[in-house]
Design a protein around this ligand. Structure first.
Ligand code: C2O
Ligand code: CU
Length: 466
């Protein structure tokens, strides 16, 4: 057990080092020969299951799960030559980055698919510091489920003082008995229900992720839910601290870290002090009904550090434009429909109206505003700089993690107060929420459920900022 886990950690550690090592020197992202650093999507084998099982064949960036953590400072460019070594076309989406449209990785909308054996140069300057990530945006119901994701960390120019940080990427795999990935990619049952819920949970590809810590040590945890469909309900044990950012964007005032929920695609940045005593363990736990279990374990060794008395200062804000006058904002309504036990009677597909049965044959189960496919025309066109209010009405019997590309938004409460900036928002079954954002990023942008089984089944649309 220990032997194989060390093996795995050694390999994962080597991958995690790729970003920072290349970050030294300028221009940092260019290798000696003037070529951008490769990000190579390809099959690989990783040890997800216990040692008495075989390794799991996955698809990963650089053959790893998660892919290498890409790390830059705010103001630096990210440049990666994406090389497609997969048996399918693919693209890379840089989730949460307020990116220039041509680099967004949305197939057919912002770029052509990158065919097997072909390459695409991603080159952009992330405007915001924070915890972002990258993942496949084609056949994500299969490609993300096979492991095509990694973290993109943009460090603050003025980073908070911590002893160290950990990127914790949660995933939920559906493994078959031989520890291979269950072949049920694209099962209509998942599309019509909660998505591809798995049976094997890992942190950074490790089912028993553990790192030693010392008492009173201050850690920054960048927690990311990379699962296709599982909504994680999380809590800390033996760690006390604050949530300092959600979906990469700093909270104006850090909040005491109680239990929190991460829908697929969402992130939380925490600054925590190790409160557990020497010889004890501290945990990030997943809470399932009455049960909770450790996702990440910090065995506490040593108590050399002084107790910190102060809460961390807020992270420096990112240059996200302030919402305009909500009373005069553009208003749009998105009706989310479909799925098993929903109210959808019919929806439009290929110009024809059909009932659930006709939609199921070509693999459609959901719809946005009565349309069970990506529309030819934008859902709406906003003027550049315009404030948009978008009501999302979930008429399905399932929760959906709604993700907006190229922008960050705030949920607007019924009393008009605006919540924190986010890029992905959980809309519960039968819930209606309203979000508002400044459409300041020109181009065509996706708006979809981040559970890829739902987006592919019809819960995906796009809007234009002209
Ligand atoms: Cu993280 Cu359109 O996705
Ligand atoms: Cu969904």
């Amino acid at each position: 057990m220990i032997h194989s886990r060390r093996e795995f950690l050694r390999r994962a550690g080597a991958a995690a080092f790729v970003g920072p090592a290349l970050g030294a020197g300028a221009p940092w992202a260019r290798a000696q020969d003037g070529e951008a650093v490769a990000l190579h999507a390809r099959p690989g084998n990783v040890r997800l299951a216990p040692p008495d099982y075989p390794e799991t064949p996955i698809w990963g960036y650089d053959g790893l799960v998660p892919g290498p953590t890409i790390r830059v400072r705010q103001g630096e460019r990210v440049m990666r030559r994406f090389v497609n070594g997969l048996p399918q076309p693919s693209t890379v989406h840089w989730h949460g980055i307020r990116i220039e449209n041509a680099m967004d990785g949305a197939p057919e909308l912002t770029q052509a698919l990158v065919e097997p054996g072909a390459e695409f140069l991603y080159d952009f300057e992330p405007p915001d510091a924070g915890t972002w990530w990258y993942h496949s945006h084609h056949r994500a119901f299969e490609q993300m489920a096979r492991g095509l994701y990694g973290a993109l960390v943009v460090e603050e120019r003025d980073a908070p003082e911590v002893d160290r940080e950990e990127v914790l990427i949660l995933d939920d795999w559906r493994l078959a008995e031989d520890a291979s990935l269950h072949a049920s990619f694209g099962a209509l049952h998942d599309w019509a229900h909660a998505g591809r819920i798995g049976n094997w949970i890992t942190v950074n590809g490790d089912a028993a992720w553990s790192r030693e810590a010392s008492r009173h040590e201050r850690l920054r945890l960048r927690v990311l839910n990379a699962a296709n469909a599982r909504i994680f309900s999380l809590a800390l044990k033996g760690l006390e601290g604050w949530v300092v950012a959600l979906d990469g964007q700093p909270l104006p005032v850090p909040e005491a870290a109680g239990p929190f929920v991460l829908a697929p695609g969402q992130r939380a940045d925490l600054i925590v002090d190790v409160a557990a005593g020497e010889g004890e363990e501290a945990f990030l736990v997943s809470r399932e009904r009455d049960d909770s279990y450790a996702l990440a374990t910090f065995p506490v060794r040593g108590a050399s550090r002084e107790v910190r008395l102060s809460a961390p200062a807020p992270l420096p804000p990112n240059p996200v434009p302030a919402l305009g006058d909500l009373a005069h904002a553009r208003r749009e309504i998105l009706r989310m429909d479909g799925g098993a036990m929903g109210r959808m009677r019919e929806a439009v597909l290929g110009g024809r109206t059909g009932g659930a049965r006709e939609l199921a044959a070509p693999g459609r189960a959901g719809a946005f505003n009565g349309l069970a496919e990506m529309p030819d025309m934008p859902f709406f066109t906003a003027d550049r700089g315009e404030t948009v209010r978008l009501a999302m009405i979930n008429e399905t019997a399932w929760p959906h993690g709604m993700h907006l590309h190229g922008h960050h938004f705030r949920a607007i409460a019924p009393d008009g107060t605006a919540g924190p900036l986010r890029d992905t928002l959980l809309v519960d079954r039968s819930e209606s929420v309203e979000i508002a954002f400044v459409a300041d990023n020109p181009g065509d942008w996706l708006l979809h459920c981040h559970m890829p089984e739902h987006s592919i089944s019809g819960m995906m649309t796009w809007f234009r900022v002209a």
